[in-house]
Design a protein around this ligand. Structure first.
Ligand code: FES
Length: 527
């Protein structure tokens, strides 16, 4: 493209028109004759591209784009709305003609500006601006993965309780990103959803700083620090692992052990551990610290559901797991009537069965719970607090199974905990099944074609809430992993059918009347 000083129109022409647009090489330069002199700027509003030539100019050379009221200082390009800056051009008058200087900034300068603007869009959770800046980075020919890394750095200390689904989802979106190389629009979607979710989850959050310092990596000390909810020490030990140069490799076993030490936090901790590994492998070791300190914070602060009555049999079941000579895995149907405490005891009694057989049984039980979810539950207004679960909760039975398979195959001593926690999921989700849901209706006969369709669905998912879209992405990726593992057997087909029905069903999240009713009943118990 032409660079340097360029002749545009004559002063006379501009004076006659008051404002005009000069076009060159696809570039549109708006020229304004003002009482302060002649100004040149990009004619395309940096918001949505409408022509600034149509804007309103006041006596202070403040140009208003009337489409959405963004206001720019014509002299500097500053945007009074904190949005993107307007590009302006130096102007000179030579022999009655108007010359403008077109000097495009270097790639480095443009990248720095895009990252600055991306950060502003991130702070404001301005989805469109995030999309624009990522697109600009792509257009520069720079690997846009840098934007994901920056987003993690900007957000990791703003997560008061550690990881959210935003980081776990980023690992899965990045997997899709890599699979769809050569498809720029789909790849942009993957990055936008990753970064947008991080931005949304940390919107208006203050910083919650991590403890400073480092301590030599010691997996047992780390485990005890997590158990004792000593975040500061766990963080210092994490930095010791980072200093080894292979942070996740050093920590994976201890992280898996800590994450599976309790049936905790809807299984999030264990679900997130392999995702941290995937993120670091994909983004590089230099992202290990923000990824891992926030993960560790999350595991430390996870609520330990195995200590509440609904799951209290878990600890005892873990102690007796595999002590009874009952070596055959039960059938998934045997779990259909077992609440969580009964399910863990029943599983422990069959603990001498091959771990993978038990895994398949429990995966099938969880997949069946999900596939046969009774949708009328979503319309039931009389649910008490604590039983508000819906599709998203059911998906954890599958995403957790995926994590258990990955972690426990590597560290087999964790199988009892992993399997018993799968039994917890099975038990907590029974009693909401619709017996009329037929596997044959939801069965997927061509998984490859199905997942190709799923990807297209995800690329235009249409859900306002990230928490919904991220569960769809995570569940789809987990089911793919389970099938690819070759270990799932028929349970994998059930998981596939469950995913199929999830994607075809409404995912209602906001229960306005139920919430009001629950609140009224709850305050009636105040004394
Ligand atoms: S297009 Fe100019 S403010 Fe929206």
């Amino acid at each position: 493209m032409t660079q340097g000083w360029t002749r545009t129109v004559s002063v006379e022409e501009l004076k006659t028109k008051g404002r005009t647009v000069y076009r060159q090489d696809g570039r549109q330069i708006a020229l304004f004759d003002t009482k302060n002199g002649i100004y040149a700027c990009n004619n395309r509003c940096p918001h949505e591209g409408y022509p600034l030539r149509e804007g309103t100019l006041d006596e202070n050379c403040l140009l208003t784009c009337n489409w959405h009221n963004w206001k720019f200082n014509l002299e500097t390009g500053e945007n009074q709305r904190d949005g993107d800056k307007l590009r302006t051009y130096p102007v000179e008058i030579r022999d009655g003609d108007i010359w403008v200087e077109i000097v495009d900034p270097s790639v480095e300068e443009q990248l720095a500006k895009s990252l600055d603007d991306l950060r502003q869009g991130f702070v404001d959770h301005d989805y469109e601006r995030l999309a624009r800046e990522i697109a600009r980075i792509v257009r520069l020919g720079v690997d846009p993965i840098i934007a994901v890394k920056e987003a993690i750095r900007w957000s990791h200390d703003k997560m008061e309780f550690g990881w959210t689904h935003a980081y776990a989802g980023a690992a899965d979106w990045l997997a899709l990103y890599d699979e769809h190389a050569g498809e720029p629009e789909n790849q942009l979607i993957c990055l936008l959803e990753s970064i947008g979710h991080m931005s949304g989850d940390t919107l208006r959050e203050e910083s919650y700083p991590y403890a400073e310092g480092a301590e030599d990596w010691d997996p047992e000390a780390f485990f005890q620090a997590v158990e004792g909810e000593d975040e500061a020490r766990a963080i210092c030990l994490t930095r010791g692992a980072i200093a080894t140069g292979d942070a996740y490799g050093a920590m994976e076993h201890a992280l898996a052990r800590a994450a599976l030490a309790h049936y905790a936090d809807f299984g999030h901790s264990a679900i997130y551990v392999p995702k941290a590994g995937a993120l670091i492998r994909r983004l590089g070791e230099d992202i290990a610290e923000p990824v891992l300190v926030s993960l560790v914070r999350g595991i430390v602060s996870a609520f330990r559901e195995d200590l509440i009555p609904e799951f209290r049999a878990y600890g005892g079941a873990l102690e007796t797991f595999g002590t009874k000579p009952n070596g055959a895995a039960p059938a998934a149907a045997d779990y259909a009537k077992l609440n969580a405490n009964k399910a863990v005891q029943f599983t422990a009694e069959h603990g001498t069965a091959p771990a993978l057989d038990l895994f398949r049984t429990l995966l099938a039980a969880n997949a069946t719970n999900m596939m046969a979810f009774d949708l009328s539950h979503l319309d039931d207004l009389d649910q008490p607090y604590g039983s508000d679960f819906g599709w998203l909760d059911l998906t954890h039975g599958l995403t957790f199974a995926d994590a258990v398979l990955e972690l426990c195959r590597k560290y087999p001593e964790l199988w009892p905990a992993g399997l018993l926690q799968m039994a917890c999921f099975s038990g907590r989700n029974i009693a909401h099944q619709d017996d009329n849901v037929d596997f044959e209706v939801w069965k997927v006969t061509d998984p490859d074609a199905f997942f190709a369709d799923v990807a297209q669905t995800l690329f235009d998912h249409g859900h306002d809430e990230y928490i919904v879209s991220v569960h769809l992405v995570k569940t789809a990726q987990s089911v793919r992993n389970l099938l690819a593992s070759q270990e799932a057997g028929h349970a994998g087909e059930l998981a596939l059918a469950a995913l199929n029905r999830l994607l075809a069903s409404p995912v209602r999240r906001k229960m306005v009347r139920r919430t009001a009713r629950q609140a009224m009943r709850f305050v009636d118990t105040d004394i």
